[in-house]
Design a protein around this ligand. Structure first.
Ligand code: HEM
Length: 154
């Protein structure tokens, strides 16, 4: 494990990001853009699935599910480089460990549910959609809070 973390820290991307002041700022900004897209799509989507507004769910899901997917991909790609910059330090933090476990759980559960019930959950009943929405809402807001906490505990 230590060898892997050291290899990450010594990688070309991590070395570049550590030394490039504006590059690091852009990377961190892109991470926040990914988070904004993900959470900004997941919150209204899940509230609609929980019954807010009594509006048709499928057209809303057709816009917000891809937005959340792009946001997650951007947050994960930029987050991986941010992590590599100080891999050993981040890996030792409980807040980072908890955040990464929740990101993995959230991603895996979304993929499994969407594979089973359709990309827009169109084959799921109202009860299953509502349960998934509640779990997803809590989970991604916890990831958001844990991510922001890193700066205060590291
Ligand atoms: C594989 C996925 C991810 C990895 C490896 C990752 C890693 C990181 C790292 C290393 C930082 C910098 C911490 C610091 O020193 O301040 C960070 C910041 C942050 N992350 Fe992530 N992250 C990932 C996905 C996410 C997701 C999905 C969210 C939100 C839903 C998120 C929310 C945040 C927040 C709010 C910050 C603080 C941003 C700031 O204050 O500038 N991260 N992340």
């Amino acid at each position: 494990m230590e060898g892997l973390l050291a290899a990450l820290e010594g990688s070309g991307l991590a070395t570049w990001a550590r030394g490039a002041r504006w590059g690091y700022a852009a990377l961190s900004g892109a991470h926040v853009l990914g988070i904004a897209l993900l959470v900004g799509a997941m919150v209204p989507l899940n509230l609609v699935r929980l019954g807010l507004g009594r509006v048709p769910q499928e057209p809303i899901a057709r816009v917000l599910v891809p937005a959340a997917g792009v946001g997650l991909a951007l947050a994960a790609a930029t987050g991986a480089v941010l992590f590599a910059v100080r891999a050993s330090e981040y890996a030792a933090l409980a807040v980072v460990q908890a955040k990464l476990i929740l990101v993995a759980l959230g991603t895996a559960s979304a993929l499994v549910l969407h594979a089973a019930y359709g990309w827009f959950m169109e084959r799921a009943g109202a009860r299953r959609r509502a349960i998934h929405a509640g779990v997803s809402l809590v989970l991604w807001l916890m990831v958001l809070a844990l991510g922001r906490l890193i700066a205060f505990v590291g």
